[in-house]
Design a protein around this ligand. Structure first.
Ligand code: MN
Length: 132
């Protein structure tokens, strides 16, 4: 028998320091019916991740206090130390779109990459790729 799946609202951690980018992402997230929490830099993002219960992270790269790369590395180390079985999907959302930038994100432990500026549907596709 198939297991019936709970209709669970995705809870997204948005790690982004730029106000306009925050507003844009939040508008898309809301329109998709997901819930979210905002972290204005990588350090806040890391702490919120540790305290919260998130399904997915949208991660800016260039931020004060702690970059998206540093934050991702810290999250992956934390998951390892806690022996968390299912690492959280992390999508880089950044204007840095060179191949080397993408490689840096993947090497840090991110799962996907979205280039800014993006259209609402681009973000929707990236999220639904992890949660069909
Ligand atoms: Mn930024």
């Amino acid at each position: 028998m198939e297991k019936s799946e709970d209709k669970h609202t995705l809870n997204i951690l948005l790690v982004e320091d730029n106000e306009l980018n925050q507003k844009f992402a939040i508008a898309v997230i809301r329109r998709l019916g997901y819930s979210y929490e905002l972290a204005e830099n990588g350090l806040v993002g890391l702490n919120k991740f540790k305290e919260g219960n998130f399904d997915l992270i949208l991660m800016d790269i260039q931020m004060p206090e702690m970059t998206g790369i540093e934050c991702t590395i810290a999250i992956r180390e934390y998951e390892k130390s806690k022996q968390i079985q299912n690492p959280i999907p992390i999508i880089a959302v950044t204007a840095f779109a060179m191949d080397q930038d993408k490689r840096n994100c993947m090497e840090a432990g991110m799962n996907d990459f979205l280039t800014k500026p993006y259209k609402p549907y681009d973000l929707e596709l990236k999220i639904k790729n992890f949660f069909p």
